[in-house]
Design a protein around this ligand. Structure first.
Ligand SMILES: [Zn+2]
Length: 99
């Protein structure tokens, strides 16, 4: 299976308010990570954590791509296995930034 395209882009205000930090677009076979979320994690936790955040978000979306019927818990578990990072570690920083 070909690798999906990955981009860090502005997902927009609706995604931000809804707490969506990344998405998989099956039509484009593209994973998009929200630039605002990456900037927030970097500001709160530093550049290395921002890199881990992106890796975990991509692993999460790759799981959705490979197993479209799996839910969020399975995608989080896959990201943990792939990156050794619990995606929940970023949630406090994102929640604080979201206000
Ligand atoms: Zn998900």
């Amino acid at each position: 299976m070909k690798a999906p395209r990955v981009a860090i882009v502005a997902l927009g205000k609706a995604a931000w308010v809804a707490g969506v930090v990344a998405e998989y677009d099956a039509e484009d076979d593209a994973i998009r990570v929200d630039a605002r979320a990456v900037a927030c994690v970097r500001a709160a936790l530093g550049a290395e954590e921002a890199e881990r955040f992106v890796a975990a978000a991509v692993a999460h979306e790759r799981h959705h791509r490979a197993f479209p019927r799996d839910g969020e818990a399975a995608a989080h578990a896959a990201a943990r296995r792939a990156c050794g990072v619990d995606p929940r570690r970023f949630e406090a920083a994102l929640r604080a930034a979201r206000g």
